[in-house]
Design a protein around this ligand. Structure first.
Ligand SMILES: Cc1cc2nc3c(=O)[nH]c(=O)nc-3n(C[C@H](O)[C@H](O)[C@H](O)COP(=O)(O)OP(=O)(O)OC[C@H]3O[C@@H](n4cnc5c(N)ncnc54)[C@H](O)[C@@H]3O)c2cc1C
Length: 332
């Protein structure tokens, strides 16, 4: 039976950075990924020192080369099931039903943004239609910026975008939910609110030019920022019984540990700010604590195994004949 020290599910910045750190600790690591990084369609990554504007796919390919250098195994497969066995070993299954085992499980499966259902949006998403001003507003500073907020309130987003441009226009796409107070404040900031329904987005080469309304009115816009919510990419941690917040974010402590011992979560999937650099940093933090825990367990197991050779076996992994071998206890 092939037992890994760590299985990582999710090969975005969080999972890949964890893999590098664990690989450099000479850990036996297996990383799974389905290639759906959240920023896959972005025109370039910002706010990451020395990597300004790098294409997300290129950054991922560089990182994949790096993990190979440190002996990390990589499979382009989806993990659909995960469970913790009585012995404390984690069992994960891919979508073909193949099983894999590990002593520790790191989940870095990220989030997925709910794209507004706007005609033409996919052509512009990541190039001139965005959700995060910190990631993309500098590139369209002082231009005409639209805010799309139909299903959620975009009041804060609209005001925030004033940091980058004085020409903001707010679209509710047929909804009227703003309070009189909010409308008054938006008016003070000269942000018009358009409540007509949108027909489509118009532009070319990924660059937005116009928002066309169902009543045929047209509004020129160089970029559109939306607020429409997001969701977890995978439900593995729920299967495993990890605590989630009301907003469906996974709750971790400062070491990226969940409430289930041996399960760690890093990157966008937990509660912190959603940046590549933060996801990568959390992955690194999780890797360090995982390595420390493995070191501690190896020391304890070494002592237990010496006892076991003389008397009865302890509970836990020592009862599991699949894994009690010299490769699990390399020092003996
Ligand atoms: C349009 C856009 C632009 C952005 N621009 C920036 C920017 O400029 N700067 C910045 O710092 N941040 C930016 N972000 C945010 C950034 O994308 C995220 O913070 C970052 O990707 C989080 O990394 P992660 O590793 O947590 O998750 P992700 O990068 O989303 O990676 C998760 C990975 O897990 C895999 N996965 C999920 N479920 C499974 C499963 N069951 N089995 C196997 N694999 C699975 C997915 O395929 C994916 O590859 C942007 C986001 C978007 C949407």
């Amino acid at each position: 039976m092939n037992l890994y020290d760590v299985i990582i599910v999710g090969g975005g910045p969080a999972g890949l950075n964890a893999a590098v750190v664990l690989g450099r600790c000479q850990r036996k690591v297996l990383l799974f990924d389905t290639g759906k990084q959240r920023n896959k369609h972005s025109h370039g990554i910002h706010n990451y020192l020395t990597r300004d504007g790098i294409l997300p796919g290129y950054m991922i390919s560089l990182a994949q080369k790096e993990i190979k250098k440190y002996g990390v195994s990589f499979l382009k497969k989806e993990i659909v099931n995960a469970a913790k066995e009585k012995t404390g070993i984690f069992l994960v299954k891919d979508n073909n039903g193949t099983s894999y085992y590990a002593k520790k499980l790191l989940i870095t499966t990220g989030l997925t943004d709910k794209l507004p259902s706007l005609n033409g949006i996919k052509r512009f998403y990541g190039k001139s239609v965005f959700h995060c001003p910190y990631c993309d507003a500098w590139e369209v500073r002082n231009k005409k910026i639209g805010v799309y907020a139909k299903n959620k309130n975009g009041f804060e987003l609209a005001l925030s975008l004033r940091t980058w441009s004085k020409t903001i226009i707010y679209f509710t796409d047929g909804k009227k939910y703003l309070s009189l107070k909010e409308l008054d404040i938006l008016k003070q900031y000269k942000i018009p609110v358009i409540t007509d329904a949108i027909e489509k987005l118009k532009g070319s080469g990924g660059i937005l030019k116009t928002i066309v309304m169902k009543n045929n009115r047209q509004y020129p816009c160089d970029a559109l920022f939306f607020v429409n919510g997001y969701a977890q990419q995978s439900h593995l941690v729920e299967q495993l019984g990890c605590n989630m917040s009301k907003k469906k974010m996974i709750i971790t402590n400062k070491f990226q540990q969940t409430n289930v011992s041996g399960i760690y979560v890093a990157g966008d999937a937990d509660k912190d700010v959603h940046f590549v650099v933060i996801a990568a940093a959390e992955g690194a933090k999780a890797a360090i604590i995982i390595n420390k825990e493995l070191q501690k367990e190896e020391r304890l197991n070494r002592i237990s195994l010496l006892k076991y050779q003389k008397s009865e076996p302890d509970k836990g992994i020592l009862n599991d004949k699949r894994f009690v071998s010299s490769s699990y206890f390399p020092e003996l």
